[in-house]
Design a protein around this ligand. Structure first.
Ligand code: TYM
Length: 332
């Protein structure tokens, strides 16, 4: 039987957080065993904010190396850079013409970003349609992402339905795939908001590149609650800080939340935080060792980039041809 297709993407901006790992990259690795996986470094998406040329190139190699360190295997899956496959931009224009202005205006990420951004360009506005193009080009079945991407995936599905209704079965209708515990890792100091790599306050996030000292400081300062006696229990509504750290600990150790609750029964928050710190340091030190191995191997990275683009183009061009044929483009 043909393997189901998994597609996802990540922007090469800033240092990744443990949220990116738990919400996306850990799933990416796991899914490779069973599915045909295609992963993209979304450099075109990152242009909605001005990018300095050398920094952009550095960030792309950094993120590629992180993906490899997280276990993405380029012999098993396709990993490529979005701008190296021109079909993404080609389909993007077409899908722009099948998307209503009102649909895009409703996107909450856009509404949030226009308040933060001085440079409100049109790219920021129709960014979700480029995401739809990424996904639909590969006849994707499932998209492993964090919760913040759900609305974009709903839009992708709507565009695909609309296109298929007019032209027949051109696109597979994709579905989101969320990590049950970890689809939205929260900020350390304000566990009611998402942990985000663009957070102005670095103490809200655990970056994959934080050293042991910084991790200790950040987790020790992370918000818990004033329950007495202390209660290490998963309860998102009433105990968001403790629940968030349980999610982090569960995902980096592989222990279930239930097991962790059992292990920390009758323990205090200090003991719990000590364990979160120890495990995070262990996990991130291992990850960084692998990262440096890839990041310093320029020839290997270049080879992965070239091979990834060649393979991705093969699949992307099949779908684009179907779309062109259906519409009547490039047929004279
Ligand atoms: P980006 O680069 O912002 O984030 C990459 C992935 O990390 C997830 N994520 C989180 N998950 C859980 N908790 C968090 N705190 C957290 N923060 C980030 C995101 O949900 C995402 O899965 N537009 C996308 C990139 C993209 C894409 C695509 C994704 C481009 N084309 C096609 C899927 C399919 C983005 O900006 O992700």
């Amino acid at each position: 039987m043909k393997k189901k297709i998994i597609f996802s993407g990540i922007q090469p901006t800033g240092l990744l957080t443990i949220g990116n790992y738990i919400g996306a990259l850990s799933q990416w690795k796991y899914l490779q065993k069973k599915y045909f996986c295609i992963y993209c470094i979304a450099d075109l998406h990152s242009l909605t904010i001005f990018q300095e040329k050398n920094i952009l190139n550095k960030n792309i190699l950094d993120i590629l190396s992180v993906c490899l360190a997280c276990g993405i295997n380029p012999k098993q899956s396709i990993i490529f850079i979005q701008s190296h496959v021109p079909q993404h931009s080609q389909l993007h224009w077409i899908l722009n013409c099948f998307t209503n202005f009102g649909e895009i205006k409703r996107m909450t990420q856009f509404k949030e970003k226009i308040h933060l951004n001085k440079n409100v360009n049109v790219g920021l506005f129709n960014y979700p349609i480029l995401m739809a193009s990424d996904i639909l080009l590969y006849q994707t079945n499932k998209i492993p992402v964090g919760k913040d991407q759900i609305q974009h995936i709903e839009l992708t599905r709507d565009i695909a339905y609309r296109f298929n209704n007019i032209y027949g079965n051109i696109f597979t209708i994709p579905e989101k795939r969320l990590n049950n515990y970890g689809s939205c890792v929260m900020s350390l100091l304000d566990p009611k908001k998402k942990m985000s790599k663009s957070d102005y306050n670095n103490n809200n996030i655990i970056s994959l590149f934080d050293d042991d000292f910084i991790i200790k400081q950040k987790i020790n300062n992370a918000v818990t609650d004033s329950d007495y006696p202390p209660n290490i229990k998963y309860d998102l509504k009433n105990k968001p800080g403790i629940s968030n750290m349980l999610i982090i600990l569960s995902n980096i150790t592989g222990h279930s939340i239930k097991n962790l609750e059992q292990n920390f029964k009758n323990k205090n928050y200090k003991d719990f935080k000590k364990s979160v710190i120890q495990n995070l340091c262990l996990f991130l030190n291992k990850l960084r060792k692998k990262y440096f191995f890839y990041r310093t191997n320029k020839i290997l990275l270049k080879d992965i980039i070239t091979t990834g683009a060649t393979k991705a183009k093969k699949y992307a061009s099949l779908t684009l041809k179907k779309v062109y044929d259906a519409i009547g483009l490039d047929s004279l």
